[in-house]
Design a protein around this ligand. Structure first.
Ligand SMILES: Cc1cc2nc3c(=O)[nH]c(=O)nc-3n(C[C@H](O)[C@H](O)[C@H](O)COP(=O)(O)OP(=O)(O)OC[C@H]3O[C@@H](n4cnc5c(N)ncnc54)[C@H](O)[C@@H]3O)c2cc1C
Length: 474
């Protein structure tokens, strides 16, 4: 009988070859529980936990408000596409250790041919890989632990948490917000939809009971990827018909952010002048976020899918339990509406940071765009520092902001692409980990000076070479 090969063999070997994790070198602060709290246990929190461990930064805690691993992050919740939108070959959270990569994990289970045969990574398989990554590396995520409020204290933060619903306070020196799309704002519901009752309206971010839409007439408002995904799932669940409404005359099909994806532009984007970064952000806003072709095909395959172009909604009201919508060219009635209308960014809308949100430097405080490039949506994005940290609106007013690192899509204007997604992992996880390491090191410079100038035992005695020391003749 032959033993089945161990699919973790390469990963186990790689960990052995990169050597043991360094000891925690960060001096304890009396009364402070953690050096770093990573808020959000999705791919960002997990990747950063590994990076900080390898940097010798100990006392790192990962928390997530979700009740368990399956409910955390987007992959088994708000994301509904069959395949990831991103190419399969992008590096993920493996930090340059090939045996911890998706490809290595996949090939160890299904073989090289199977990997070569997939075009993009199936979403559910990516979720399995991330789960393996967490468990294999023993990254402990504290689920059911919600950050309610960050309270700045003297050189640290008091984190007001709810653990399994119970309020408690823990302290930390650094916080990373790996909190996803809603992490600096929330799901955006346009005013025309905002008066609809919850029983008739969901945002794509919500958990939606698609089975309940069987036989129903459904409207999807918005035409980016999440909107098409929601339409596809509604149709697969037997919706009577799905009408998708786009404001533009065609569906955005030019993924311009790929133009800035080459390493020179991507790695150094933060160094570009404000005017260039703003202009690039505006270009993206105007062209729009593109759905993938398979998301479009998934919906278009159904004869009861109808696409309305150039059809912004003007007015809605409820009549006889249905939503009546006046779109650009007609009046429609729907049993249910799904808003695929994206997310807004406004730090003051997040209870975690609302107490000091008015002190956070935003793009609108920093950069005055030309008249034809005004955009309040972009203006409300935080203007982040090089280590993704918040900066102060008025220098000296809130120095603690530099110890809160934003690792979520609110970094879009500053860094050129959404932060937290797969493409961002190669650049941003090492970058934030390095900044945290640097800050913690320099904050204790006296202790480190003592430590590096201290005495230590010799590695070998002087007599190890005494017999060979040259003695001049005479
Ligand atoms: C519909 C959709 C499709 C996407 N498709 C792709 C794709 O194909 N490819 C790609 O690269 N990216 C995609 N993205 C972007 C995607 O969000 C990221 O790739 C990925 O989810 C980012 O991981 P994350 O860990 O940063 O954030 P998330 O996965 O969003 O996880 C954030 C976590 O933070 C937790 N949290 C939030 N607030 C708190 C709090 N106060 N206290 C404690 N915990 C908190 C949440 O419970 C959640 O688990 C998609 C996003 C969406 C919404």
């Amino acid at each position: 009988m032959t033993n089945a090969p161990d699919p973790d063999f390469a990963a186990t070997t790689a960990l052995r070859l990169i050597g043991p994790d360094p000891q925690n070198w960060v001096p304890d602060r009396k009364g402070v529980d953690h050096n770093v709290v990573l808020v959000g246990g999705g791919q960002t929190g997990s990747g950063l936990a590994f990076a900080l461990r390898r940097a010798g930064v100990g006392k790192v805690s990962v928390i997530d408000s979700a009740k368990d691993e399956d409910r955390a992050g987007v992959w088994l919740t708000a994301a509904r596409m069959n395949l990831l939108r991103t190419p399969k070959s992008l590096p993920g959270p493996e930090l340059g250790v090939p045996a911890l990569s998706f490809q290595s994990w996949y090939e160890a289970r299904y073989g090289e041919t199977a990997y070569a045969a997939i075009d993009r990574i199936p979403r559910l398989v990516w979720a399995q890989y991330l789960s393996w990554f967490r468990h294999f590396l023993k990254i402990d995520v504290r689920y059911r632990t919600r950050l309610v409020r960050i309270e700045p204290a003297d050189g640290f933060f008091r984190l007001h948490l709810e653990i399994e619903g119970r309020p408690t306070v823990e302290t930390t020196r650094k916080v990373v917000l790996g909190t996803g799309f809603t992490g600096n704002g929330g799901a955006y519901i346009p005013p025309v939809l905002s008066s609809l009752p919850k029983t008739l309206l969901s945002h794509t971010q919500d958990s939606i009971d698609f089975a309940a839409l069987r036989g129903k007439t459904v409207a999807v408002v918005g035409a980016a990827a999440a909107a098409f995904d929601a339409a596809g799932v509604a149709l697969e669940n037997g919706a009577g018909s799905v009408h998708l409404f786009a404001r533009r005359p065609s569906i955005a099909s030019v993924p311009i952010t790929r133009l800035r994806g080459y390493p020179g532009a991507y790695d150094n984007y933060r160094q570009l002048p404000d005017a260039i970064r703003w202009h690039q952000a505006i270009r993206f806003r105007r062209i729009g976020s593109t759905p993938t072709i398979d998301a479009i095909e998934r919906a278009v395959a159904f004869p009861n899918f109808h696409l309305h172009l150039n059809a912004p909604w003007r007015e809605t009201y409820v009549e006889d339990g249905q939503v009546v919508a006046q779109a650009a060219y007609g009046t429609f009635r729907f049993d249910y509406v799904i808003a695929g209308t994206g997310y807004f960014v406004d730090p003051s809308a997040r209870p975690e940071i609302a107490g000091f949100a008015d002190r956070i430097l935003l793009w609108r405080d920093r950069y005055i765009p030309p008249a034809d490039e005004q955009d309040p949506f972009l203006g409300s994005h935080p203007y982040l520092g090089e280590g993704h940290e918040y900066l102060e609106k008025a220098p000296g007013q809130a120095p603690y902001l530099r110890d809160i690192h934003v690792h979520n899509p609110a970094g879009f204007v500053s860094f050129g692409l959404p932060i937290g997604d797969v493409p961002s992992m190669r650049r941003d996880i090492p970058l934030v980990a390095a900044r945290i390491s640097r800050d913690l090191f320099l904050a204790d410079v006296d202790k480190h000076e003592q430590r590096i100038t201290g005495t230590m035992a010799a590695d070998f005695p002087d007599d190890a070479y005494a017999s060979a020391v040259w003695k001049p003749p005479g």
